[in-house]
Design a binder for this molecule. Structure first.
Ligand code: DC
Length: 488
């Protein structure tokens, strides 16, 4: 298997690649080292960095070996200098020369031997255009400069953050504008924006897509990552049959909510449809419209997944008391609404990474009157960056059943309609980046499609929305959906 991981300087491709290779039991090759080696030898030999012939000759003869953390070029130890900024610059300059690239690409192909994880700029486009899996990592310049600074500091250097930003921007420009094999995402690459994500999260996403979620989960557990300790144990448990007779409070509470709803709405008032569309295992983002106080208890109760967690407004959970106790045991976790709450986003990513279900309401608040209102970008961000399938859930009649301010629910028809799962793409087929808001709108469109026309609110114009959001999403036909026989 060949896994190509491309991306600009500081996008994390080598760190991610190394970990992915380790998890898959494959060798890892950092292709940048070869260009660095050519640059280093050229500087030593006093070769002009524009002298194509001399550099091409040099590249054809260079030998780079990596053993443990030691990098040897032509038999000599270069570990201490190979990552220094002046060699980054030299590497980027020699990498513009087609002859140098040809020589390096030949070497890289030979190193692969059909089984490798390789990081670089052109691995998915030029070196291994037929790679089994292709990823393209991105991140903002500021974030990448911060990572580079931390990396250099760990090697005992004292880098200047501002200078690093300038250097990275300059290198981005040169690497992406050169004529020979410019840095870019392959058309069939999965583009992952790693801003705000830690190494673990990115590695998890890559492995999930390569299809080793299970193996990965075992590894995380055995190392007992502190980040994962926040995820309740049920989220970490491998999906499957119930492990034993132990009664889970959450399971009991969900059962009671179902019972209550069925008794109260007896006589055919409660309808659940599309159950066959719910993936029974693996990560899933469940997104529902929100019009009534009964929605948050109802959605997880009827969802056939006990490994689910719901985002709840932090106000409900901060004050200790019976309410907060119930909510916590009902697997609610706090989100500070209308803000990019990093902690909540991290927790959401962890739940999904562990193969669990995240329940949220993209509108960000209970909508007391009228149809759907515009979604906040948060749900889009989560779906886009985790790549998890999204299950649209349309709630019909819950407001009429339990309008704000009323004491007792009314006996009216209530429906829970599951729509076909979708997946948010990182990029549209034409290469345009998918924005968080567009991703959130695509999710709302999928909900609106399941709602009666009068309840669609700002998402009523399905036709023009489908056109505007085409390419933002695709049907999720992952293994989980396929296992339930769902065709989308
Ligand atoms: O990944 P890195 O920062 O170590 O790479 C150093 C330079 O090498 C980079 O600025 C451009 C060049 N390079 C390339 O052109 N193609 C690759 N596949 C890898 C690196």
């Amino acid at each position: 298997m060949i896994v190509a991981i491309d991306g600009p300087a500081g996008s994390g491709k080598s760190a991610v690649g190394r970990r992915v290779a380790e998890a898959l039991g494959l060798p890892f090759v950092d292709s940048g080292l070869l260009y660095r080696a050519v640059g280093a030898r050229a500087l030593e030999a006093g070769i002009d960095l524009d002298d194509a012939d001399a550099l091409t000759g040099l590249a054809g003869a260079i030998r780079v070996e990596v053993e443990g953390g030691t990098v040897r070029v032509d038999g000599r130890d270069y570990t201490a200098r190979i990552y220094r900024p002046e060699l980054s610059e030299a590497a980027s300059r020699v990498a513009r020369i087609p002859g140098v690239r040809r020589a390096v690409v030949d070497q890289l192909r030979a190193m692969g031997g059909g089984n490798v994880v390789m990081a670089g700029r052109d691995i998915g486009t030029v070196v291994f255009p037929d790679a089994d899996h292709k990823f393209y990592l991105t991140a903002s310049v500021e974030e990448r400069a911060r990572r580079r600074a931390a990396q250099l500091a760990a090697r005992g250097e004292r880098p200047d953050a501002g200078a690093l930003e300038v250097e990275i921007e300059e290198r981005d420009r040169r690497d992406s504008r050169r004529a020979a094999a410019p840095m870019r995402a392959a058309e069939d690459a999965v583009v992952l924006n790693t801003d705000g994500l830690d190494l673990e999260a990115v590695v998890g996403q890559v492995l999930q897509r390569v299809g080793t979620e299970g193996a990965r989960r075992d590894r995380i557990e055995s190392r007992d990552e502190p980040a994962l300790s926040e995820v309740p144990p049920e989220a970490r448990r491998a999906p499957g049959p119930d492990p034993g007779p132990r009664i889970e409070l959450y399971g009991l509470m969900r059962f009671l909510v179902r019972l209550l709803a069925r008794v109260y709405l007896a006589g055919g008032l409660l309808h659940v449809s599309g159950l066959e569309r719910v993936p029974r295992s693996g990560p899933l983002v469940v997104c529902a419209n929100h019009a009534s106080t009964v929605d948050p208890p109802l959605v997880p109760a009827f969802l056939p997944r006990s490994d689910s967690w719901s985002m709840a407004k932090a106000e409900l959970l901060v004050r200790p008391g019976f309410g907060a106790w119930v909510l916590r045991h009902y697997h609610a976790f706090p989100v500070v609404r209308h803000t990019p709450d990093r902690r909540a986003l991290r927790r959401a990513a962890e739940i999904l990474r562990a193969g669990g279900v995240l329940v949220l309401y993209p509108e960000g608040t209970r909508v007391r009157a009228g149809g759907l209102r515009e979604a906040e970008p948060g749900a889009g961000f989560i779906a886009r960056t985790t790549g998890a399938p999204v299950l649209p859930v349309a709630l019909v009649g819950t407001r009429e059943c339990f309008p704000g301010g009323s004491l007792l629910p009314r006996r009216v028809r209530v429906e829970i309609r599951y729509g076909p799962p979708l997946r948010i793409r990182e990029r549209r087929p034409d290469g345009r980046r998918v924005e968080n808001q567009e991703a959130a709108d695509a999710i709302m469109l999928a909900i609106a499609e399941q709602l009666p026309p009068g309840a669609r609110g700002v998402y009523a114009d399905l036709g023009s929305l489908r056109e505007r959001l085409s390419g933002v999403w695709e049907p999720a036909l992952g293994p989980a959906a396929a296992a339930t026989g769902d065709g989308g």
